[in-house]
Unconditional design. Structure first.
Lengths: 105, 123, 130, 130, 123, 105
């Protein structure tokens, strides 16, 4: 069963991101909301990948970020190509297309 | 509400005992779930392993003993306790310091527990 | 699908109180149903009728009330978490000899069994952490 | 010495609400004076008269009230932070057409100038963060 | 209350703009201090450098623009802005992305600012 | 002027401890309260020293911990020798004997 991992804390907080990585199974997805969207900055995105790749999965994790939270924080210019932006509508669709969600905070 | 043994609810606890009321509110939720005969698993990760420490004496900071409350859970039929082994190591905790008999799990096992659960609640 | 929403954050102390409202609005717009919204931990402050944000700030209590009117939502505040934080209905105000109640009419104070039932009955449970 | 205390944490969401009370009791016991205790951010919830902790839990609102009676403390809740979070005195309840006030009598709602004055007039300012 | 130019109050901001109301409450405090002609310094550290980003558009999350509020501070006579240079680097922020003219400081300078202040408030 | 640095967050939160270290001046002191007392555990204390020694001061920082918070959390058996335990009375004395306090959270 697929899990949507919802992360809402800034890169200042190492713990939620590390748990998200440790509980990640193949075919899961990660959604960055609220202050977790700061992980899409050019300096912090490599850190996030390093955390989430810890478990050496065969494929890279699928990462989404909430557009409303990105725009709010003034960081829409620098979203990495492999981060998919979703609106609240997409957020809902992600929760429906995964079997469950886990919120790391 | 009828008991449903096919569904498994994974309750993930990650907070220290006295940083907020979340530790106690998680226990309250588990007691309610047990009363309705839900199939629940409790998994202690991160700072939540500090909830398990035996010798807590919080009277002087006007708090209720979290370890004592946890120790009572088996009386209410709650028995599936799991703990993130790496979190125990991080804080240097050994079995005899813990208030509950508890099964240590690896990150791989934790990921499987989450994958197999019907729902999860993070406290 | 049938959703339940768990709100753990308070207005002004966590953005999650707003995120939870926006998410719930979006899922109703898409035709999903909401079995229950359960306010727990600091989330209980969302139901305080006395909250008076500034004019250019969002009033989450009113927003939930409006959403309830439109979609007949079941908005439940955990009675134990609410009463200890000073979110009371008339019955609890009487019981504890407090001069007034302060919960918004749109919300009901009830027990944790309501959250247990919500996880049992819903296809999806989404938690908005503090 | 003359102290001012800044409380930023709410009961049940942060241990600092209790720490601040214990610290203030200890400094009064040692013969220091308290110029002012200022409740800001989530600390404003300490003044909610409707808070009803369980019998074996501490009631911080009552404890501050008792300490004020013994030592004539100046307990000030930031009016902007309080009103938006639903901690109102009668005057604010009237102004915003709310059915009741809920601030404990021992506390006064006032402006941030009171915190400015506290930092200006005190030998020591100790903040208890959220 | 008479203005006291001998005392310096160091206001240390460390929170991101929308994680809680602390960012706005810190600004409100600074405005009050300026109204009473207090001698204040504002130091942005950690996540608070994210408050300074120019292009914030928080209307869709029902928040007020923190950068706009900060930009108005000089109008009220508040002018002593300092920022932790390492925090800017950590988030890869450059001067042209910031909403205020601001002086970059090193940890050594920050420690000296704290040592020389009469009081400090952390928001 | 001497500063008392008050730290109240668990070792999970790297930020407050790191700020405490960066703002530390010679002759300052550090007081661990609330969840920061978990820094006195045998596995976390070396981490704390590593953080607080970052600035390579000529002498080690002076570290205190609040006894009531240590006892509450069941970790009174393992306080390192160079951490001085204080009660609330000692907490007050520390604020009086330093020129000001800074709270890192």
């Amino acid at each position: 069963m697929k899990t949507l991992h919802i992360l809402n804390k800034s890169p200042k907080h190492a713990f939620p991101a590390s748990q998200c990585a440790r509980f990640y199974s193949q075919h899961d997805s990660i959604l960055l909301i609220e202050d977790a969207v700061y992980y899409t900055l050019p300096t912090t995105y490599p850190l996030f990948l390093a955390i989430t790749e810890l478990r050496a999965l065969p494929t890279k994790p699928t990462i989404y970020a909430l557009k409303e939270d990105i725009d709010a924080r003034g960081i829409s210019e620098t979203t990495p190509n492999d981060v998919k932006l979703v609106t609240y509508e997409g957020f809902v669709e992600l929760t429906a297309s995964h079997d469950k969600s886990a919120s790391w905070y | 509400m009828t008991p449903n043994t096919h569904k498994t609810l994974l309750v993930i606890l990650s907070q220290s005992p006295y940083s907020s009321s979340l530790a106690r509110e998680a226990v309250d939720y588990c007691l309610a779930a047990a009363a309705f005969e839900q199939n629940i698993q409790l998994l202690f990760i991160g700072d939540a392993v500090l909830q398990l420490l035996n010798d807590q004496q919080p009277a002087n900071i006007s708090q209720k003993n979290v370890a004592k409350t946890l120790s009572a859970l088996p009386i209410y039929g709650i028995g599936n306790f799991f703990v993130d082994h790496e979190a125990l190591v991080r804080y240097g905790l050994s079995d005899e310091q813990l208030c509950l008999p508890i099964r240590k799990v690896t990150p791989r096992q934790m990921a499987d527990m989450l994958a197999n659960a019907t729902h999860t609640l993070n406290f | 699908m049938n959703y339940s929403i768990v709100v753990l954050g308070a207005p002004f102390s966590s953005p999650s109180a707003i995120t939870a409202l926006n998410f719930t609005q979006a899922l109703l717009t898409q035709g999903h149903t909401v079995f229950r919204v359960f306010f727990y931990h600091e989330g209980v402050h969302c139901a305080n009728q006395l909250s008076t944000p500034q004019q250019d700030e969002i009033n989450l209590t009113n927003q939930w009330q409006t959403l309830k009117k439109q979609h007949n939502l079941d908005l439940v505040v955990c009675i134990a978490a609410g009463v200890k934080r000073g979110v009371l209905d008339q019955s609890e105000a009487n019981r504890h000899e407090k001069p007034c109640s302060n919960i918004n009419d749109a919300f009901d104070l009830s027990g944790l069994g309501q959250l247990v039932e919500a996880t049992e009955q819903s296809d999806r449970v989404v938690t908005f952490g503090p």
